[in-house]
Design a protein. Structure first.
Ligand code: HEC
Lengths: 201, 421
């Protein structure tokens, strides 16, 4: 998978152009008619050396994403009870007293979870609980994003899980317990099987 | 002449259409029809051959009678505005009319202070400033960007619209010439480690928008774009640098790019789980449905135009596919019973819009006109029934089914799919 030599890239691309079912979009990076020219100019150095080394500290400042296995979750914890306070203070005005009333996105399912699709609310549709942590920490509350402590984010995730019937009222959430949560829709997500050609999918 | 659906347009404009040009018996081109129906035409007050003209100027402007506008959905942080497809010519979208979709507004970014961090499974984690990115070998290409939510307004059997313009239905589509550095160039610089298979792209807006993209695409034709149609990329399109994934859904082409993490798995962000996934009728949901399949729409005649007269008209529209080139567009002027090949206007570029035309001698009777595109993989733009059958009626995103317009004997044109299903 290491492909440092971009001179070879053109050859690789050409090889997979004709009918590569695995990569649905046929490559055209070197094709005629105005498309981008991907090949590195002849004589280009191995590295140009533009840009600066990124230190561990520098990376840590921006590396905020959380993966489904819990990688990227920070230390800390929060309880359902603390989460109720966070929610009422920072979320309720846009997501409603019980997470269903809006005016903005519904965070709690109401009605029949077995019906498909069940809308897109967290409890019924999201495959991973870690996504709620990741998204809330990066983007919410909408007018003051990035202002909550990690403990507050854990707490509000715990509370909204509780509102969705997926966490007990006395529960406390931390990195380990959050990554361990199995969401009901976990196995419903399938890779894209559209691949061009005559079949309509 | 102006009845129900047309009321929402400028009353004066409609009067022009009804009583002005058409009634006076002048020969109308389609551009006259355009102006008569959607714009007010200022009167010619002076004879330009008898008075000196205006001086040169630093920045040009549009003719007073040519004022195409984006259509703003709502004034909210998470909102969109749509490109006026029915008012444009050729394939390039003027940069100030490129559609917008932001999840937390448009950030104000000073390019000189902007940094792009590239890290993760790489040999050399690095930070690039814009001056660094601009120094790498450059590339340009023309391609479309389309939001995968485009066209969703004409999928629900029970809510088929009639008074809807190409802009309202499909205006989350724009085409530009993009300039930047190939992402493969930057990944080569940092050295991708064995075992890597995905990247995470993250923006510097207040949503810190993040999407996972397969490394294969990143190494293929993806670009870090800082130029758009000959100038710096517009703030609404990701100034100072955005990810460009030719042929793929707009949301994944992260704007205001500040971080790329090379990884061996997707992050499962909110916008690749909760949103931009396609629930299917078998109880699953399609995920990472990146490619925009072949699609076409007739932009003239379309709502809200009125054809003032029977006779010769040139039907025209746009076709595009994320899987390469459009190879064929067919047009039907009899509700889909018979089809004829439309003329494709060169250049026919891969993953770009192409304009098609079809000369039509309208006999003045009620009819429904349609178009359908075929791409180089042999994929033919499906009917809405085919999509319902394949995905179910409760799905969302990627609504690339055939569009139809109903031309009534009084010359009015409305969205016509409801008449066919
Ligand atoms: C000022 C209004 C506002 C506040 C306060 C707010 N949100 Fe939001 N929230 C929104 C909007 C608007 C969206 C949709 C954003 C978009 O379209 O991308 C949203 C989306 C979300 C989503 C994604 C929903 C989905 O189905 O994809 C989550 C989760 C969320 N908010 C959690 C929270 C939490 C937790 C809080 C409190 C800490 C909060 N929000 C506070 C306005 C708000």
């Amino acid at each position: 998978m290491n492909r440092p030599v971009v001179g070879m890239l053109a050859a690789v691309l050409a090889a997979c152009t004709p009918d590569a079912p695995a990569t649905p979009a046929a490559s055209d990076a070197t094709g005629p008619g105005g498309e981008a020219v991907a090949a590195m100019p002849a004589g280009a150095p191995e590295q140009f050396g533009f840009g600066a080394h990124a230190s561990e500290d520098r990376i840590a400042r921006w590396d905020i994403d959380v993966k489904p296995d819990g990688e990227g979750l920070p230390p800390g914890s929060g309880s359902v009870e603390e989460g109720r306070r966070v929610y009422e203070l920072s979320c309720m005005q846009c997501h409603g007293p019980t997470g269903t009333e809006g005016p903005n996105d519904r965070l709690v399912v109401a009605g029949d979870w077995e019906q498909w699709p069940p809308g897109r609310a967290f409890g019924a549709f999201w495959p991973y609980a870690t996504t709620f942590f990741d998204y809330t920490r990066r983007a919410m509350p909408q007018l003051t994003p990035g202002t909550m402590s990690d403990d507050e984010v854990y707490a509000v995730v715990a509370y909204v899980l509780h509102l969705n019937g997926l966490l007990a009222a006395d529960a406390v959430l931390d990195a380990e317990s959050l990554a361990a949560i199995e969401m009901p829709a976990r196995d419903r997500f399938v890779p894209d099987d559209r691949a061009g050609g005559p079949e309509i999918r | 002449m102006a009845t129900g659906p047309r009321k929402q347009f400028s009353r004066r404009a409609w009067l022009t259409a009804a009583s002005g040009t058409a009634a006076s018996g002048l020969v109308m081109t389609r551009f006259d029809a355009v102006k008569a129906t959607v714009q007010e035409v200022p009167a010619q007050s002076v004879d330009p051959t008898r008075v000196p003209g205006r001086f040169v100027s630093e920045v040009g402007r549009r003719a007073p009678g040519e004022q195409p506008r984006r259509l703003v959905r709502t004034l909210a942080l998470s909102s969109s505005s749509r490109t006026p497809l029915q008012d444009l010519q050729g394939t390039i979208t003027p940069s100030d009319l490129h559609f917008e979709r932001h999840h937390a507004g448009v950030p104000d970014i000073v390019a000189e202070e902007h940094e792009l961090l590239v890290h993760g499974m790489v040999e050399r984690p690095m930070v690039f400033r814009m001056s660094d990115l601009r120094r790498y070998p450059q590339a340009s290409r023309i391609c479309f960007i389309e939001c995968s939510g485009n066209g969703g307004g004409a999928y629900n059997r029970n809510r088929m619209p009639t008074a809807i313009s190409p802009q309202q239905l499909d205006g989350l589509l724009s085409t530009s010439e993009w300039t930047g550095v190939m992402l493969s160039t930057i990944l080569r610089e940092v050295g991708v480690r064995p075992g890597a298979s995905w990247i995470l792209a993250e923006g510097r807006d207040a949503a810190v928008m993040a999407r996972s993209v397969p490394l294969d695409k990143a190494m293929d034709d993806s670009m870090l774009a800082y130029g758009q149609n000959g100038e710096a990329i517009r703030p609404e399109q990701g100034y100072p640098v955005r990810l460009l994934l030719p042929g793929w859904e707009g949301n994944a082409q992260v704007k205001w790019l500040r971080r790329i993490e090379v990884s061996d798995r997707p992050t499962m962000t909110r916008d690749e789980t909760s949103r931009y996934t396609d629930p299917l009728k078998d109880g699953t949901a399609r995920q990472f449905s990146f490619v925009m399949d072949a699609k076409s729409i007739i932009t003239f005649p379309s709502y809200p135009y009125v054809l003032p007269d029977r006779g010769w008209w040139e039907i025209e529209g746009l076709a595009w596919t994320g899987r390469g080139r459009i190879t064929r567009v067919e047009v039907s002027t009899d509700g889909g019973r018979s089809w004829a090949d439309a003329v494709l206007q060169p250049p026919i570029l891969s993953k770009s819009t192409v304009r098609f035309r079809h000369l039509w001698n309208w006999d003045g009777r009620d009819t429904v006109i349609l178009s359908r595109a075929t791409d180089e993989t042999g994929y033919v733009q499906p009917t809405v029934q085919q999509l319902w059958d394949a995905r179910g009626e409760g799905t969302s995103y990627h609504h690339n089914h055939q569009r139809a317009w109903k031309v009534a004997s009084d010359g009015s044109v409305t969205f016509g799919l409801g008449d066919l299903v």
